[in-house]
Design a protein around this ligand. Structure first.
Ligand SMILES: [Zn+2]
Length: 341
């Protein structure tokens, strides 16, 4: 790996570190969500499950029954309300108007608690992805120009609004915010409710049911959220690189599957391969290739480009080429001691 690739890789490593930082922040946030959920479970278990001897069989029957479709339609509607921040106070209506089973009520209540955190996560993630895009884009442009020894302000610059549009674009059919909502509002409450249902069927104590459901929550954070954050951060960083390649007229990029000491197992075959920038296909020859993918790319700057600038920047004392920042002729002449020419 040459000097310039190393320079690019340093930036990519900084990018991974930012991704880890953000994940730590989210994990911290999620502890508050977990506490709220535990409280909901605790109240629910005391109120219904054991005190009145709810029959799980009847709840299951209703869950599998025809009412389920309309139930989920209603949930979609609530989700919409939650998105608009008007979900407070709706929960009681849900209990009484919709004659839902207690497990469904639990799922709905969990959903409402989680919706608040999903909303917070979408906002913090948008900021984080915009920052990630910005840092990678300008760093890449700078490094490419350094490598060519031609500093030039003639490249695309983006406003924050444009960056927000970039990071909100769908890829593989969804954008990050839809994925966060899908994880939190659809998957997690279902997993928690299933854990509670199993716990009751197995005759667990309330304490153990909550413990079991909490473990499911941690698993969700450690696997699904972890995967989502790594993949979305990688996508933002790699899209930024792509835009940098385009604006700097880079024709080829090199795929790198090894960052630090870890090699991405799935992407080993792509490691060090080069591809035309115009032929790049996300998940085929351009990262992220898969969930959890931490692969990256570096630009291929053609030898002739470097050589011409080396000649241009030839040191008259040693007669060796060297890379120097582009300067005006006078500045350059001064720096190499050619004032008397
Ligand atoms: Zn990979």
């Amino acid at each position: 790996m040459d000097y310039w690739q190393e320079r690019h890789l340093e930036n990519k490593k900084a990018s991974l570190a930012r991704s880890d930082d953000y994940e730590r922040y989210i994990l911290n946030q999620s502890q508050a969500a977990l506490k709220e959920i535990q409280l909901v479970l605790h109240k629910w278990l005391n109120k219904y499950a054991l005190s009145t001897g709810m029959t799980i069989e009847s709840a299951n029957k209703k869950l599998r029954g025809k009412s389920l479709d309309s139930w989920y339609e209603t949930l979609d509607h609530w989700e919409e309300l939650a998105r608009n921040g008007r979900y407070e106070g709706r929960l009681n209506l849900a209990y009484y108007r919709l004659q839902i089973t207690r497990l469904q009520a639990l799922e709905a209540e969990t959903q409402f608690v989680i919706a608040k955190y999903a909303d917070l996560e979408v906002k913090s993630m948008e900021n984080t992805l915009v920052n990630e895009f910005k840092q990678n884009y300008y760093r890449d442009v700078y490094e490419i120009q350094s490598e060519k020894a031609t500093y030039d302000s003639n490249f695309d610059k983006y406003t924050d609004a444009q960056l927000e549009t970039f990071v909100n674009q769908r890829w593989h059919g969804k954008n990050f915010s839809e994925r966060v909502w899908g994880n939190f509002v659809n998957d997690l409450p279902q997993e928690l409710t299933t854990a509670v249902r199993r716990g009751i069927l197995m005759g667990m104590s309330n304490y153990n049911i909550i413990k079991h459901a909490s473990a499911k929550f941690q698993e969700f954070e450690q696997y699904k959220q972890h995967r989502l954050i790594i993949t979305e951060m990688s996508h933002a960083a790699n899209e930024a690189s792509y835009k940098a390649y385009k604006t700097e007229h880079i024709e080829e990029y090199r795929f790198l599957a090894t960052l630090e000491t870890k090699t991405c197992a799935i992407c080993g075959d792509l490691d060090y391969e080069t591809f035309a920038v115009d032929d790049r296909k996300i998940s085929v020859n351009y990262p992220p290739i898969h969930g959890h993918c931490r692969c990256t790319t570096v630009p291929v700057v053609k030898g002739e480009e470097r050589l011409s600038h080396q000649r241009w920047a030839r040191d008259p004392d040693t007669n060796k080429g060297k890379y120097i920042p582009k300067q005006t002729y006078n500045e350059w002449a001064n720096s190499v001691g050619l004032n008397d020419i």
